[in-house]
Design a protein around this ligand. Sequence first.
Ligand code: SAH
Ligand code: DHB
Ligand code: MG
Length: 222
Amino acid sequence: MAREKWAAVDEYVSGLLAPHDDALREALEASEAAGIPAIQVSPPQAKLLALLAESIGAKTILEFGTLGAYSTIWLARALPDGGRLITLEADPGHAALARENIARAELSDVVELRVGPALDALPQLEAEGAGPFDFVFIDADKVNTPAYFAWSVERCHPGSLIVADNVIRDGLLVDPECDDPAILEQRRLHEMIAADPRLDATTIQTVGGKGYDGFTLIRVSA
Ligand code: SAH
Ligand code: DHB
Ligand code: MG
């Protein structure tokens, strides 16, 4: 079955190029023990996020959707000394586990986890003058991806990168029969990007242990 092969290739790649240390392994073990869904980015995808953040020298990162902090830990480790990551999570159970995993990775001083629906957190971030952000990872409730994206673009700067996860969903992105709002919003995301001359972007389809999906990478160029 194709999916087993995709998972095996992910394992091969991550074993050599994106291996887990104790903190990452324990984060996933604790998440599994707590029964939270294993929908975190794959190790090769997490490594890509970290490479992108490091490549632009990101010092400020904003993440939508923490889950058990797997992607959070990878991204926080890509920061230089003094770098900061804010991550937003609606589910108090996920957030509690994420906090433990972040502490175990010794990143509590780097990562600020805010609990509550991300849309509610944004006015507060605004009031605090948070940002500008060098790197943004959008991976929460998919129906709000364009809202998170629109807010983030205004708090980025030329050279910032934004990654939006789960935009392909088995190819539903282009299925004319599909009327799932979470998919329609991914089309809207693409249309928003295409219409904004400040943005440069591409979308990459991916396969792996989680199936067939993909992400959009956006560069704020002006
Ligand atoms: N980024 C994580 C995976 C996130 S999964 C990783 O790759 O490791 C999506 C997360 O978004 C879930 O934990 C879910 O509880 C959270 N979420 C759902 N709706 C949300 C909302 N409105 N605001 C913030 N987080 C939300
Ligand atoms: C799923 C996958 C994700 O990467 C995510 O962020 C949310 C949900 C899923 O496969 O259901
Ligand atoms: Mg995701």
